[in-house]
Ligand binder design. Sequence first.
Ligand code: AMP
Ligand code: MG
Length: 361
Amino acid sequence: METKIVKLECGDGILSPEDKAALKEAGEVLKKGGLVAFPTETVYGLGGDAFNKASSQKIYAAKGRPSDNPLIVHICRFEDIYQIASWVPGEAERIARAFWPGPLTMILPKSDLVPRETTGGLDTVAVRMPSHPAARELIACAGGFVAAPSANTSGKPSPAAAQYVVEDMLGKIDMIVDGGQVGIGLESTIIDLTVSPPQILRPGYVTREMLEKVLGTVEEDAVLLSGDSKKPPRAPGMKYRHYAPRGELTIVQGPQEEVVRYINSRAAKEKAEGEKVGVIATKEALSLYRADVVKSVGSRRDEEEIARHLYNILREFDREAVTKIYSEGFSSRGFGQAIMNRLLKAAGYRVVELKEGTENI
Ligand code: AMP
Ligand code: MG
């Protein structure tokens, strides 16, 4: 299949008349049952008509995604939620007022209009209203309901820039809308409103603290930060090994000096054994590492910068055929929880904890 790529002039700013024309064309593709990848403020989405079973099946095929892993339905007007959910509690209206349009997905009981092909066989539906102007325009042009998971091949990091969508989806979908690098870089927060108290199934930019200010008590799926729970996660996508780079990733936590010493000594040893070693470093410690490839993920003081760069870096390490990757660890408070959640999953929960004065290796 030939994939048409259109580059937006707006980035994530105001749409030009040419941008609007391109998004109208993309909307037509969706209405006819085709697939279009498009930028959102979180990561790129791989869109299809949410009410069309065949479109949802095509999304699973293009991603190589297991069909029990549900899609998120994207809308551009709040009132459209009443068409896809059979019940909309007051909590949904309150958090929509606070965080929509934006990086928050709600789980609600699905209406009969939504096919099970879109919800991975579940009776519930995930719904989000994105804030990215191109995403909103596209959803409106497509008739209002676009099912979209992240636009990556299943098991790879989600694409935070169009070049990675091209890498994974060229020849497999009808169109790619290139809006450059996205703003947030990690997938939306998912909150389940079908249980009481509401439960966070995936951490994201909208944190538990932010949600609790609006809703009161909010719980977290116990599986989020530890891989050792026997219980399966309640968001089906979280059970798959996700966000995985090809190289073996290890997170090293502890006092900065010890972390640098440990990583450098592992890197020297593994290099001698023929491995290509990469390091995910904060800007502050970048110059201290000795390895084949050392990349800055951003300043330790700027979590938004770290989130924006994390997936790009994992993909760059793949491209450079790095076989062992070491990453500094980050605080898991606030938005940091989403960063650590994705990093831990990418590492298959491989973590080394160092203490002050540890005798390394
Ligand atoms: P992606 O945007 O690629 O991360 O895919 C959407 C993710 O949303 C899935 O992997 C699921 O984990 C989650 N999700 C979607 N619908 C539901 C649902 N009805 N219940 C729980 N989680 C859901
Ligand atoms: Mg995904």
